[in-house]
Write a protein that binds this ligand. Structure first.
Ligand code: GDP
Ligand code: IMO
Ligand code: MG
Length: 421
């Protein structure tokens, strides 16, 4: 058995989808274990360009089976749409995609409440994806959730009735419109009928795989610093994102998670509210325009900043990172100078990320080092040696700071635009 976790070492969107897609060839199982369809993972390969929210990004490798663990929350309409999109693109998922019946279902009231809570917070809003993620996880841990198992045991209607009584009161009090029992019931019954063929308890499959020579590739959603406990709370997501989440979310004992690949963007991006110490606010600058990205789930413009080594180092420590996959190095090409944050100061004292909360992190002063850039287009480079010397130095500087070797380097968005080192 081999278990490889792929985790984002910043605030999400590091390029996990691409990395999982190119590693999937060597995996028997590719699994999602946390979050939900707030994730947006971009995959560009011979089948086309995809923004995937729930199905593991490794599904394109024909000998791989996709697993959606019990730790994932699912908007059924999104899952159905994704399955249909994949089938249409020639990626047949029937018989090779299994969804845990333990996974919780995102209901219409979760999405409504997500929006109402955000609006109530005004300027202090989290900037969620409004996919109902916070409310569905809140229901999960307060024993109010609805799972796929509730359909099989005929508890669905009873549980929905109680939840609608509760949720409608809140929705109406906050100025929203009450949901109708019959229409929600019928809508979700039809989703269940469509998703039923993909439901399968994953316990035996996972345990058997761990006892044999199977390879599991675990695809994290979100990034280390959106983790509920270790992220910049309250500007975080509602699930655990560090590799330990894979243990609960899939039933894999922690001792098996020995390989942790930290996907690290060569600069930093963040979507939504919360601190971003290296943020670039000069919206007319060359570098702002270069780093600019559009979010894969919501289409929002991502905030951007220089690489923050304190963040990458902390992620390496928290997750037990064994290798780094550096993505988007090609985007830095053409910059005369590249700034990198090597640490934080607060009131003249050197501090670590974990010494302050989100509001403190907003006040830290970044200590910058300036590195010389390179002008060459590196998107066609196939080996480390082909990279300009300054690009090589940039890579070496990152692995030294993080204490973790950079094993892959992304030089473009497509699967094969990746250097193995
Ligand atoms: P994820 O959520 O971590 O899977 O990342 P996203 O897909 O949300 O965002 C990453 C973006 O960077 C996507 O548009 C990818 O196509 C793109 N990308 C990934 N790796 C590279 C790379 O090495 N170079 C370039 N130019 N783009 C990349
Ligand atoms: P992937 O997997 C980047 C952010 C939202 C918001 C916060 C809470 O593509 O890297 P939520 O809807 O989860 O309650 O929003 O978390 N967020 C992400 N940011 N990439 C993601 O996923 C994200 N998923 C959630 O923007 O700030
Ligand atoms: Mg993304």
């Amino acid at each position: 058995m081999t278990v490889i976790a792929v985790i984002g070492s910043q605030w999400g969107d590091e390029g996990k989808g691409k990395v999982v897609d190119f590693l999937a060839e060597q995996a028997d199982y590719v699994a999602r274990f946390n979050g939900g369809n707030n994730a947006g993972h971009t995959v560009i390969n011979e089948f086309g360009t995809f923004k995937i929210h729930l199905v593991p990004s490794g599904i394109f490798a024909q000998n791989t089976t996709g697993l959606i663990g019990g730790g994932v929350v699912i908007d059924p309409a999104v899952l159905i749409e994704e399955i249909e999109m994949l089938n249409k693109a020639g990626v047949n998922v029937d018989g090779r995609l299994w969804v845990s019946p333990r996974s919780h279902i995102i209901m219409p009231y979760h999405k409504i409440l997500d929006g109402l809570y955000e609006e109530a917070k005004g300027k202090g809003a989290t900037g969620t994806t409004r996919r109902g993620i916070g409310p569905v996880f809140a229901d999960k841990v307060s024993y109010n959730g609805i799972r796929w198992t509730d359909f099989a045991s005929d508890m669905f209607e009873q549980r929905l009735e109680v939840q609608l009584t509760l949720k409608n009161k809140i929705i109406v009090a906050l100025g929203g419109e009450a949901l109708k029992f019959a229409s929600v019931r019928d809508e979700y019954r039809s989703y269940y009928a469509r998703i039923k063929p993909y439901l399968k308890e994953l316990f035996s499959l996972v345990q058997d795989g761990l006892k044999t020579d199977k390879t599991f590739l675990l695809e994290q959603a979100m990034g280390t610093f959106l983790d509920t406990d270790w992220g910049t709370y309250p500007f975080v997501t509602a699930s655990t994102t560090i590799p330990s989440a894979a243990s609960a979310g899939l039933g894999i004992p922690p001792k098996y998670i020995q390989n942790v690949i930290g996907v690290t963007k060569a600069y930093t991006t963040r979507v939504g509210g919360g601190p971003l110490p290296t943020e670039i606010h000069d919206y007319e600058s060359e570098v702002y325009k270069k780093f600019g990205e559009v979010a894969a789930t919501t289409g929002r413009v991502r905030r951007v900043g220089w690489l923050d080594l304190e963040i990458v180092k902390t992620a390496a420590e928290l997750s037990g990172m064994t290798e780094i996959c550096l993505t988007k190095l090609d985007v830095l090409s053409g910059l005369k100078e590249i700034q990198v944050c090597t640490g934080y100061k607060l009131n003249g004292e050197t501090i670590r990320y974990a010494d302050v909360d989100a509001y403190g992190l907003d006040k830290v002063e970044c200590v910058y080092e300036t590195f010389p850039g390179w002008s060459e287009d590196i998107s066609k480079a196939k080996s480390f040696e082909e990279l300009p010397v300054n690009a090589q130095k940039y890579v070496k500087m990152i692995e030294e700071a993080a204490g973790v070797p950079v094993k892959w380097i992304g030089v473009g968005p497509a699967r094969d635009e990746t250097i193995r080192r």
